[in-house]
Ligand binder design. Structure first.
Ligand code: GAF
Length: 446
């Protein structure tokens, strides 16, 4: 987290609302190390927060009107009711992420209403599959939690945010992004069991011998386009077919075995494409290789510092997402293949929903310069001249209250401040590192 981002949020607030903010909150973007398209099948995912954040500077008001501005939309102030009359704004409006969360939290608020002024700044790349939307949602929930002094419940907060995205933003997303943005821990990945009651396990991921590199293909994914909802539906169809074949216990792909699926496939009850999606999906561990099994194996390998094994599982995950789940793109495949050719790279895969966006690569720290050079030299050749935006990431802390008080003073000594200083240290290390500073990409977009 850069101190500059906090300062920018305060300045924006003061400029737009003509007085100082008195609360500052933040929530990060995320990368998923492994466990893709498993969450809506009640499977397993293992993401981590990246050191890029959405920061909100705010001030509680009386009444029931919310006003919000964003550095990304200079000069505009959006106003909406902070009570049960609240509804989504126009389709695609960025404030729908905020509105949805406010709406979802109304029952928890005194009198069932709220009022605030808020200014949003963010260094999470927008629309790159790094969860800029979940970051905004969770930051909003953290704001309400802070200004109305609600008891902290990171998991409950994540669920409200997921529902906000589903109902106000028309995206049938799973729980991974909001969960890690709310519950992530610095220096750790978060294994999430996406079946209620959502057990989690923090898995150490701060070995100085390894590095994690995110490469943005600079092709924008469209989560609310039809491809993602189609995948969700195909998984449901596969479950329905297995139920119809007598496997009544298959409520989600998590409950299915490979042999159940094969039986149904042989009876031609499902289109071939649906069978392939389900093969990638969360088939019950212990029977065939699925993304769920890879995720659980990767967690064990990570705990044993067996990075070669984690890497093999990442490559296998990418192959399954490319060939069976069909959510990759030529650009993402190119980034993974370029990484595969660099000595010291353990594994690489697309991360997030796919159809563009980013890859994540796990490698020896000493191999980072070679990987950056390979992306710079090779990607434009394989991606029609497009360049990638590449940065080193380290697992960072989840959402937090940063500052509170008359002039929004830092929370020195408060329980959250050690987390903040942890983030600050990580960020400082990154900034000082020649490797991390090597953002090789141009800003060129499509
Ligand atoms: C997107 C969704 F928002 C997540 O819930 C998850 O399904 C992911 O795609 C794929 O793993 O980020």
């Amino acid at each position: 987290m850069s101190a500059e981002l906090i300062l920018r949020s305060k300045e924006l607030f003061a400029r737009v609302f003509q007085e100082p903010a008195n609360v500052i909150v933040c929530a990060p973007g995320r990368v998923n190390l492994i466990g893709e398209h498993t969450d809506y099948n009640e499977g397993f995912a293992m993401p981590f927060c990246i050191g890029k954040y959405t920061v909100i500077a705010a001030r509680r008001r009386t009444g029931a009107t919310c006003r919000i501005t964003s550095a990304g939309v200079p000069g505009a102030i959006s106003t909406f009711p902070g009570d049960s009359s609240l509804s989504p704004g126009p389709e695609g409006d960025w404030t729908n992420y905020v509105r949805g969360v406010v709406f979802g939290m109304l029952p928890m608020l005194p009198g069932g209403s709220c009022a605030f002024d808020a200014a949003v700044v963010s260094d999470v790349p927008l629309g790159s599959g790094l969860s800029s939307s979940a970051s905004l949602e969770v930051a909003t929930a953290t704001l309400l939690e802070s200004i109305y002094r609600l008891g902290a419940d990171p998991k409950g907060k994540a669920l409200v945010c997921q529902k906000a995205e589903q109902t106000f933003c028309n995206s049938p997303c799973g729980i991974t992004d909001q969960f890690v943005c709310a519950c992530g821990e610095a220096g750790h990945a978060l294994l999430i069991d996406c079946r209620p009651p959502y057990a989690t396990e923090s898995v150490p991921l701060s070995d100085p011998r390894i590095a994690l590199v995110v490469a943005d293909s600079n092709v924008k994914p469209q989560l609310s386009g039809s491809e993602y909802p189609d995948r969700v539906q195909q998984c449901k169809d596969a479950c329905a077919a297995m139920q119809a074949a007598g496997h009544s216990e298959v409520r989600h792909l998590r409950d299915a075995t490979l042999s159940m699926l094969e039986t149904v496939a042989r009876s031609h009850a499902l289109p071939e494409a649906t069978v392939r999606r389900a093969r990638h999906g969360a088939l019950r561990p212990g029977d065939g290789i699925s993304e769920d099994q890879r995720t659980l194996q990767a967690k064990e390998a990570l705990k044993a510092c067996d990075y070669a094994q984690v890497g093999r599982l990442m490559f296998a995950s990418h192959a399954s997402l490319r060939d069976d789940y069909r959510v990759s793109s030529p650009e993402l495949d190119a980034l993974v293949e370029i990484a595969r050719g660099v000595p010291g790279v353990h594994g690489s895969r697309l991360t997030g929903g796919g159809f563009g966006g980013c890859t994540v690569t796990l490698l020896s720290r000493s191999a980072v310069p070679a990987l950056l050079a390979a992306f710079e030299a090779e990607y434009p050749k394989r991606a029609g001249g497009r360049t990638a935006s590449v940065f080193v990431v380290r697992p960072a802390a989840g959402a937090m209250l940063l500052q509170q008080g008359a002039g929004a003073e830092p929370l020195a000594g408060a329980p959250l401040s050690p987390q903040l200083s942890g983030v600050a240290k990580v960020t400082a290390a990154l900034v000082l590192s020649a490797v991390a500073a090597a953002v090789i990409a141009s800003k060129r977009q499509r």
